[in-house]
Design a protein around this ligand. Structure first.
Ligand code: 3H9
Length: 689
């Protein structure tokens, strides 16, 4: 097997190069090879200095995340880094690209550090529900103090090595020519006879005890009492760095790391890390090529359309916005300006840039204006008939090779493609709302969608800073269908004795940003009704229909599931009375408690997700998780609904669904995939490939 660490000696300098593509992660092979290379360098009497450098695009992206949660194999990372630090010959880390997590910890275990100014350094472990577990919490503060260490470790953000407080870690920062600079640095060390310099013995960062404690106190206050586990553990470890001898601090860090590594939260966040990488792997990527994209056409300047125009302009595209007539166009432009102003106030755009990008916009009332567009997104036409007509008209005006996309989550892409003579160029691009805030774009692939069109659409989504998730072009997409199932579960719970506020509270406590009824009021009840009907829940919406009939349309009418006044949403006795009356008609049931609520809502979403996996509408369960986290405020730390189902236990969810299905409603029947997984002792995570 090829070695993952290169070894060469040049004029008394041993150069050990990490060669473990794609990111030089510290997997078992690299750890063994690095350990062996160190032994060789230490034993080689001609070697005076050791330089550690990364091959490829970066120095090292840290521990191999795929090994976490499994029994570790020696040499384990902290021990290996201790060996590096204990080296009797000076060790220099030469950093380019990035040194992240364990990669930065490796650099800290070296005696000297040389880097490229633009290299990114940081401790992203917190985003995996972990802490730097290879000495980072003990070594970094000894160099940089508590404030910088906590800032880096608790936010998890990477920074340029040559910027601000990060400079303190480095002995030499170069613009380019890293290897030569490191070699010169090494030779100079030998010439000057400079000794090893172990970070464990550094005192610079901890000598001002008052400043150190002030930083700890500041971050403790900022973290508050509750919250995620990893930041609290990071804080305690960094505090320990100033109080405990190094080796005891290391043991303290190790214990905290082990606990976090075994936690459900870290398991879920690690799952999300890989799911977000995998979601980009789509079959079309192999065969397809992205077409050139200069001009984007958007038909319809409503909330969704205006949002799309704003995003496209901000990404630097020339945009043609088409509305049906001059007044509609004027309204769309006003909406658009409001969005751009908001982007300025959020700091996403400068006032100067806003004025500049407006020059890229062409507002028109005739589809002929789309003749040069490379991609046209149809954000108008509320029903299939209207969308079909628009696609037929578009076909006559657009140039060959233009990609035609429907922004509607309910469009049947195959049916729309049939209205055109270019079925291979037709697909869906569903941006979650609000378009400016949400990261998700569901790329809906029809039976005839060609690979080039799909790759072009995903490239476009990425240029807008979004996460594209591939789904088959059947109505509802991922988010629509799972949110409709969630709502159906909530309604069932309300009909069996819970109140909307109980459901909302239970789901917020579970981690959702808003409960289903709060969300419904924000969305507008008519939109919720349309979604429920489109997703096949037409016979489960009696209550919703009753509210709409009563003029309760959500926040926009100051009453929906709640009543709104200056103090926000209040429980509305009239709604309670309507619920009671409908319950009287259907018989009601036993009152569900918080756990019942959380489990049924999850079970409904998971059953719908499993249906999509079973019917091959999504490529993997992890794609559903990414879509729900990125587009529908599903708590990231739960890992998405499919991961949450794995953690909760498929058997208990399946049994709950079976109980619900006893009333004859087929929606609640567990899909076969659930039975199959349970029978074979498998999980959704086993289907992620
Ligand atoms: C840690 O270090 C803990 C220590 O404190 C203690 C240990 C005891 N492991 O993102 P890309 C894969 S925790 C395993 O497309 P880019 C990734 O899945 C670690 N795999 O590249 C993908 O695989 P595939 C702390 C990893 O250029 C491929 O590499 N470090 C790891 O767009 C390419 O990745 C982090 O959290 C890993 N550490 O971005 C850094 N990293 O091709 C995580 C990547 O099969 N990594 N892969 O889909 C990143 O943030 C980005 O990969 C990076 C490069 C910015 C480095």
């Amino acid at each position: 097997m090829a070695l993952t660490v290169g070894y060469e000696v040049e004029e008394g300098v041993a150069v050990l190069s990490l060669q473990n593509p794609p990111v030089n992660a510290l997997g078992i092979a690299l750890r063994r090879d690095l350990s062996a290379a160190f032994e060789t360098a230490l034993a080689d009497r001609s070697v005076r200095v050791i330089v550690l450098i990364g091959q490829g695009k970066l120095f090292c992206a840290g521990g191999d995340i795929s090994e976490f949660g499994k029994p570790f194999e020696a040499p384990w990372v902290p021990e290996l880094f201790n060996t590096v630090e204990q080296s009797t010959k000076p060790v220099i880390a030469a950093i380019h690209g990035a040194a992240l997590g364990g990669g930065m910890e490796l650099a800290l275990a070296c005696h000297y550090r040389v880097c490229e100014a633009r290299a990114r350094i940081g401790f992203p472990e917190v985003s995996l529900g972990l802490l730097p577990g290879a000495g980072g919490t003990q070594r970094a503060p000894r160099l940089c103090g508590a404030e910088t260490a906590l800032e880096l470790m608790i936010t998890g953000k990477s920074v340029a090595a040559g910027s601000g407080a990060a400079r303190v870690f480095f002995d030499l920062i170069v613009k380019e020519g890293l290897r030569e600079a490191a070699m010169t640095f090494a030779r100079r060390l030998v010439e000057k006879g400079l000794p090893v310099r172990r970070t464990r013995d550094a005192r610079n960062g901890v000598k001002d005890a008052a400043a150190y404690q002030a930083a700890i106190a500041k971050w403790r206050k900022r973290l508050g009492k509750g919250g995620a586990e990893a930041p609290g553990e990071i804080l305690r470890c960094v505090e320990a760095a100033a109080l405990l001898p190094f080796d005891v601090g290391m043991a303290f860090e190790r214990a905290a790391f082990d606990t976090l590594e075994q936690s459900e939260t870290s398991r879920a966040l690690r799952h999300v890390f890989f799911a977000e990488n995998k979601v980009a792997k789509i079959p079309e990527a192999k065969a397809g090529h992205a077409r050139a994209l200069e001009q984007i056409g958007v038909i319809g300047g409503g909330t969704r359309g205006a949002g799309l125009v704003a995003l496209s302009l901000m990404a630097g595209f020339d945009v043609v916005l088409v509305e049906k007539d001059a007044p509609s166009l004027a309204r769309a432009l006003t909406r658009l300006r409001r969005l751009l102003d908001r982007a300025v106030s959020r700091g996403q755009l400068s006032a100067l840039q806003r004025d500049g990008i407006e020059a890229l916009l062409h507002g028109k009332t005739d589809m002929v204006a789309l003749s040069e567009a490379d991609l046209v997104i149809v954000a108008a036409g509320c029903d299939a008939l209207e969308q079909g007509q628009i696609f037929a008209q578009l076909d006559a005006v657009v140039k060959d090779g233009a990609v035609l996309a429907s922004a509607s989550p309910f469009a049947d892409i195959g049916a729309l493609a049939d209205k055109t003579g270019c079925a291979e160029d037709v697909l869906g691009l569903h941006f979650s709302l609000p378009t400016q805030m949400s990261d998700l774009v569901e790329v809906a692939v029809g039976p005839a969608s060609g690979a080039d069109a799909v790759v072009t659409a995903t490239t476009f989504a990425r240029k807008l800073g979004k996460v594209p998730v591939r789904v088959l072009g059947v109505p509802g997409r991922i988010g629509g269908r799972l949110m409709a199932a969630y709502q159906a579960a909530a309604d069932r719970l309300v009909m069996s004795g819970a109140l909307p506020r109980d459901v909302d509270r239970a789901m917020r406590r579970w981690g959702m940003a808003l409960g289903p009824y709060q969300l419904a009021d924000v969305m507008g009840l008519e939109r919720v009704l349309a979604r429920q009907e489109e997703c096949g829940h037409g016979r489960r919406v009696a209550l919703l229909r009753a509210l709409i009939k009563d003029g309760r349309l959500g926040r926009k009418t100051s009453k929906g599931w709640y009543r709104y006044d200056a103090d926000g949403g209040q429980v509305d006795p009239e709604v309670a009375a309507m619920i009671a009356s409908l319950r009287g008609q259907t018989g009601g049931g036993s009152v569900p408690d918080e756990l019942d609520i959380q489990r049924l809502c999850l079970a409904a979403m998971v059953n719908e997700g499993a249906r999509m996996v079973e019917e091959c509408q999504v490529m993997r369960p992890g794609d559903i998780d990414v879509a729900m986290i990125r587009g529908f405020a599903f708590p990231r730390w739960r890992g998405g609904p499919m991961q949450a189902a794995d953690s909760t236990g498929l058997l208990s969810l399946r049994n709950l669904l079976r109980t619900c299905a006893q009333d004859g409603d087929a929606f609640w029947r567990p899909v076969n995939l659930l039975d199959e997984l349970i029978k074979n002792g498998r999980h959704f995570s086993d289907l992620n490939g």
